[in-house]
Design a protein around this ligand. Structure first.
Ligand code: PMT
Length: 417
């Protein structure tokens, strides 16, 4: 088999895998701990961008955060070149999570009252992402009723409050007001995000076309680019799964934390899928597997003869049907690529192949194959749902949510029985 494994990338333990964290750093001695926090967030898989208040820059230099985050650091609303690269509203939209650590008493007061008089407070007002604050200040300032009222108001608005920790303070006093350790803040953020729908599950995905060789230089292929299947693999990782991706020949980078196995023909794909099926909980078959292959592959390049050339084709194995026939098989999600009568043919495939779910798409000129967008009709025994035309990455996320929900429902039923 012409494939290579990379177990290291497969078993990723990245609870914040590709989560975009906007880290706000406000002025306080604990700002130095935010440098370590950037490291720990990245270790957990997050992509980090840092926005500092002007006061924070008195404690830690911009260059430190720039080097640790690998991204430009923002400090002002009025930095024209930074605004041109990524405007503050764009940055607010970019974030999946806003975490402010340390959050000074002043910053808490300003965001509690909806101020937008500097970059960080403006970002907090403009974002739709969940906001978490990790207060750090002198213990009297923390205990002050004004700070407590601000915190209560923020909590009421669903702002998460991490800490403060209790202990010795830089000012020489002891009490509540310390910034929790970086690892504790990462754990708090992971916990606050809640469990992901595919946590602990192994998902096998097939993607792309298969190539069936005719001779050393020619083959029968199809127009699948692999985009849909690769997007499904990436979305499954984001949902918490360990993902193995079996791909036909495509020109796409491997999504982060995915173990990829490259194959060429339908029979190679079949062998790779069957070898993996028993150790996976869910199999999503997005590959456009060639139904036929030449009976024989010529060892030398076929020459023109001036006469018509007849190729005898034989049928390839139906991989999905073979997996469905295994005595213990994973939860099965097929795709159906149809030019006509989408729902009827897809439901027929769902039933005939014994699938748990099928994602049907219309294919044709600039439809389904190759392009960046797609629409899916999801069918399962007794149900249907249409997912409207969208970018394949967005669509894959919705598909994975539905797959996780159906898998959980079927699993709950079988464990009760
Ligand atoms: O790769 P892209 O350019 O992004 O395009 C995406 C896509 C159109 C290829 C994808 O969305 C899609 O529809 N994939 C399935 C294509 C296909 O082969 O459909 P089908 O209706 O012929 O097959 C039905 C199911 O059986 C599929 O899950 C297929 O993977 C599976 N199959 C088919 C034949 C075969 N010999 N073995 C199989 O396992």
């Amino acid at each position: 088999m012409p494939f290579a494994l990379s177990e290291m990338s497969y078993m990723s333990d990245a609870p914040l895998d590709r989560v975009r964290v906007l880290l706000g750093v406000s002025g306080g001695i604990a700002a130095y701990k935010a440098a370590e926090l950037v490291r720990r967030l990245r270790d957990a898989g997050a992509e980090v961008r840092v926005a500092m208040t002007a006061n924070a820059t008195h404690f830690v230099g911009v260059a430190t955060f720039q080097a640790l985050s690998g991204n430009p650091v923002r400090t002002s609303l009025w930095d024209e070149s930074a605004e041109a690269a990524m405007g503050h509203i764009e940055l607010a939209r970019w974030a999946d999570e806003v975490l402010i650590a340390p959050a000074s008493a002043d910053l808490l007061a300003r965001i509690a009252h909806g101020h937008a008089d500097d970059l960080l407070s403006t970002l907090v007002l403009a974002t739709t992402a969940p906001v978490s604050v990790a207060p750090a200040m002198n213990q009297q300032m923390w205990a002050n009723p004004a700070t407590q009222a601000n915190i209560a108001q923020l909590r009421e608005r669903q702002v998460r409050v991490f800490g403060p920790a209790v202990g010795n303070q830089a000012c020489g006093e002891t009490g509540a007001g310390r910034l929790p350790e970086a690892q504790e803040l990462v754990a708090a953020l992971v916990a606050a995000r809640g469990p992901r729908p595919l946590d602990g599950l192994r998902v096998l995905v097939s993607a792309g076309p298969t190539f069936e060789d005719i001779d050393p230089v020619r083959f029968i292929g199809n127009r699948s680019s692999g985009k849909m299947g690769f997007a499904v693999a990436a979305a499954a990782v984001q949902a918490g799964a360990s993902v193995r991706l079996i791909s036909g020949p495509v020109a796409l980078p491997t999504p982060a934390a995915v173990q990829r196995i490259d194959v060429r023909s339908a029979r190679q794909m079949r062998d790779a899928v069957i070898a993996a099926a028993g150790s996976h909980d869910i199999f999503i078959s997005a590959a456009a597997v060639g139904d036929y292959r030449p009976r024989a592959v010529a060892t030398s390049k076929l020459k023109k003869s001036g006469k018509p050339l007849a190729l005898e084709l034989v049928q390839n194995p139906d991989i999905l049907a073979e997996v469905a026939a295994l005595p213990e098989h994973p939860f099965l999600v097929g795709f159906a690529a149809e030019t006509d009568d989408l729902e009827r043919y897809a439901r027929d495939k769902l039933e005939r192949k014994g699938l748990d779910m099928i994602a049907a798409n219309r294919v044709g000129e600039a439809l389904g194959f190759e392009c960046g967008e797609n629409a899916l009709l999801l069918l399962w025994p007794g149900g249907r749902e249409e997912l409207a035309m969208a970018d394949k990455n967005v669509l894959a996320k919705s598909l994975i949510e539905r797959v996780a929900a159906r898998h959980a429902a079927v699993h709950a039923k079988t464990s009760k029985a």
